[in-house]
Design a protein around this ligand. Structure first.
Ligand code: FAD
Length: 378
């Protein structure tokens, strides 16, 4: 495929791989990204694009410091990348309207108020809303609403365009993007010497595995554990008969995402279905049933697109970021779980600095590849 030696070959053109390519270029290191299906054609292209750095699996410890750092990086990136690449991915500060349809959901609302009003950084706040305040704010909501919370300060963007903008900016700075499938490695005395693809070999100084839920393929190549498994998520995009949302809407088991084109994305499922990507009637029915319960007028909405993709999830729900155990020139960046777009910039900057300089100031606590035990040759 190429005799040109890449400083770093990255396997995977999702948010993890493209962010690494971008920050490697910022550090003067030229990467070649190998992607088999096109940049952002997996989860990084079909996610909801929500950026909430205050809540999630692994919060507040150990992931919150990395999440807040990543959120700051997002705000820097959306000031520069759209102008630099011509790709507007609509990065913006937004808000969440969380509502309770029964007493059981009130506790989660109280937690959100607590979390947003005690955020470790300025810019976040939340207020409790009585039933009538909620319905005044969004009259299309069901009369079943008993209370709500308006939380401000989180962000949103379009994941596919964001990832493509990272790739385009990396390319402008000297990275290469190659269409192909990595099928093995050539290993010599100094470690990995080249990546074998379906179309020849790409010699490399170092290798970064950023293949999302497909990282386990590299376990056999490297003789180490990279325990990442797929968690399937289906989303239905609808065109409402009236205006779209201007905030993320959560309640009654439904999440709806505001998009700048007026569509509402209704999500999502969490299915343990291996690598199956089929669009199922069962998921459509369950997503739309919950969405219509929350906002009855969506019964008339036109379905625009139904998608499925796979979140990369590790056994402890924390990413894997760092040098591969037992290898000098192999690195891993994966496991972004339900937050891989939010965490993408920090994951990319962190691993790029480790590769380029041997250390990073990005907080990667809890993400050490060694924690799953086993090293090459064990
Ligand atoms: C329904 C849903 C909603 C989500 N919503 C959000 C959200 O609101 N906010 C948020 O932060 N996150 C969200 N996520 C999570 C986020 O999308 C993922 O964590 C993130 O996109 C993972 O990025 P990645 O680059 O690690 O993996 P991927 O995007 O899967 O990219 C990996 C790439 O590697 C390529 N690849 C694999 N093996 C090979 C090989 N051998 N050779 C060449 N290429 C290979 C694949 O083709 C793929 O393109 C959501 C996910 C889902 C499913």
């Amino acid at each position: 495929m190429s005799d040109q030696v890449a400083d770093v070959v990255i396997i995977g053109g999702g948010a993890a791989g493209c962010a690494a390519g971008y920050y490697l270029a910022e550090n003067g290191v030229k990467a070649t990204i190998i992607e088999r299906d096109g940049v952002a054609q997996a989860a990084s292209g079909y996610n909801a694009g929500g950026l909430n750095p205050l809540e999630g699996h692994g919060w507040p410890e150990p992931l919150q410091p990395m999440a807040l750092q990543s959120f700051r990086l997002h705000r820097e990136l959306w000031e520069s990348l759209p102008a630099e690449t011509g790709i507007d991915y609509h990065g913006r500060i937004t808000s969440i309207l969380k509502v309770a349809l029964d007493e059981g959901e009130l506790e989660e609302l109280r937690e959100t108020v607590q979390i947003f009003n005690n955020a470790p950084e300025p810019g976040f706040s939340a207020e409790w809303l009585e039933r009538e305040d909620v319905l005044a704010l969004e009259p299309r909501l069901t009369g079943e609403v008993i209370a709500g919370v308006r939380a401000v300060g989180n962000g949103a963007l379009d994941g596919m365009e964001f990832t493509q903008a990272l790739a385009a900016a990396a390319e402008k700075r000297g990275a290469r993007i190659v269409t192909g499938s990595a099928v093995g490695l050539r290993v010599g005395e100094g470690g990995v010497e080249s990546v074998v693809t379906n179309d020849g070999e790409i010699p490399c100084g170092s290798l970064l595995i950023a293949a999302g839920p497909w990282c386990r393929t590299a376990e056999q190549w490297l003789d180490i554990a990279i325990p990442v498994d797929p968690l399937k998520g289906q989303i239905i995009r609808v065109k409402p008969s009236g205006p779209g949302l201007t905030y993320e809407l959560i309640g009654g088991g439904s999440s709806m995402y505001d998009k700048t084109d007026g569509l509402i994305w209704c999500g999502s499922t969490e299915e343990d279905a291996g690598f199956d990507l089929s669009l199922t009637e069962e998921a459509r029915a369950s997503i739309m049933q919950r969405a219509v319960r929350l906002m009855p007028s969506l019964a008339d909405a036109e379905e625009v697109l139904h998608t499925a993709c796979l979140r990369p999830v590790t056994p402890d729900w924390l990413p894997i970021i760092g040098r591969a155990p037992g290898w000098d020139n192999v690195f891993i960046s994966t496991g972004g779980q339900k937050k891989g777009i939010l965490l993408g910039p920090a994951m990319g900057k962190g691993i790029a600095e480790i590769i380029a300089n041997g250390a990073t100031d990005v907080s990667l606590k809890g993400c050490e590849p060694e924690r799953f035990g086993g090293t090459r040759g064990d």
